[in-house]
Design a protein around this ligand. Structure first.
Ligand code: ADP
Length: 319
């Protein structure tokens, strides 16, 4: 293989740039040319493809977002869209593609591989919701952003003796809520994977208040429902002064943590190794600190699960 491509797709995540840098430098290290596809699958269809050099990825390891830009592209879900993409890749002499993104992007990579074009997926999403890897690129940074916000909100919550509901990202996966809630010492954590009992939430808050707690923090993953609505219900049920903070897109930005930069560098380089061995339809990950690769199809068939023992621990530590 003499020429490969790389693209970022779907929701951006901090560390995608470090992954792109690793792909480019690892390939060039092996005397393979690298072409960047801009704006994900949308740019692939349109032929937004440019050669990347060592210097093209200089000064980006510490930047959030993605230098290759990203996009959502419904057309790529059609066979016609996928064929247009393959034509563009062939036109540029590209023989393999590294796709950095979430499970939607993995679907695209799988489709290209089925059409005979080898692709390897790299897990780039803050949600940590891709099976076959303990961590996705961007999760650790998002988590640290949330912790920073919780700590700040806790200061004002204590001063005013209020209850705070903090809504964090996670439509289907509760990892950001669970990990940040545990690390931030939240009283209650609500995640999409576990049903909650409102009476229990209220009883916990009242119990804390009765024993003199100055504040309470409740973390709600967006997939559970609106934090604002939940805050109203809590205030009605407890008569405790309650405020709501919806953290929103700050969770997707910022300079990647050292953990995410190292993860992105390892996974990006590993994806290139697989592509250069002619392997397609694979996705890379890290499990017990070992680099692993899986069949994309097998990963897409699996459902992401949260660590139930961690959820139980969060309950036990917040009595
Ligand atoms: P993420 O990769 O973050 O999960 P999306 O789910 O939005 O983000 O997917 C990103 C892109 O991947 C979509 O806009 C589309 O171009 C492509 N994609 C998603 N599902 C499919 C599919 N079934 N077949 C082909 N391409 C897909």
């Amino acid at each position: 293989m003499k020429r490969i491509g790389v693209l970022t797709s779907g929701g951006d995540s901090p560390g995608m740039n470090a992954a792109v840098r690793a792909v480019v430098r690892k390939a060039i290290y092996h005397d393979v040319e690298v072409y960047g596809v801009f704006h994900g699958y949308a740019g692939l269809i349109e032929g937004q493809i440019e050669k990347l050099e060592l210097g093209s990825v200089g000064d980006i390891i510490h930047r959030g977002g993605t230098k290759l830009y990203t996009a959502r592209c419904p057309e790529f879900k059609t066979i016609e869209g996928q064929k247009k993409g393959i034509e563009q890749l062939k036109k540029h002499g590209i023989e393999g593609l590294v796709v950095i993104g979430g499970d939607g992007s993995y679907m695209g990579a799988k489709k290209l591989t089925e059409h005979g074009f080898p692709c390897v997926g790299v897990p780039g999403t803050i949600d940590n919701d891709i099976p076959g890897t303990d961590f996705t690129i961007g999760f650790d940074t998002a988590l640290n952003t949330v912790i920073d916000a919780i700590d700040k909100i806790r200061d004002t919550a204590t001063s005013h003796e209020r209850t705070y509901v903090i809504e964090v990202m996670g439509r289907h996966a509760g990892d950001i809520a669970l990990w940040s809630g545990l690390a931030g010492g939240a009283e209650t954590i609500l995640i999409p994977e576990v049903n909650y009992d409102m009476d229990d939430v209220v009883a916990r808050l009242n119990r804390g208040h009765d024993r003199g707690k100055k504040h309470s923090i409740i973390i709600v993953a967006e997939g559970v429902g609106s934090g604002v609505e939940f805050g109203k219900k809590i205030e009605e049920a407890t008569s405790l002064e309650t405020r709501v903070s919806v953290l929103g897109h700050i969770q997707r930005g910022g300079s990647p943590t050292a953990f995410d930069r190292v993860l992105a560098s390892r996974l990006g380089a590993f994806a290139v190794e697989l592509i250069l061995q002619g392997k397609g339809g694979r996705c890379v990950g890290i499990q017990s600190n070992q680099l692993v690769d899986h069949d994309i199809l097998e990963i897409l068939d699996r459902k992401h699960t949260v660590d139930q023992s961690m959820y139980q621990l969060s309950q036990e530590l917040s009595i």
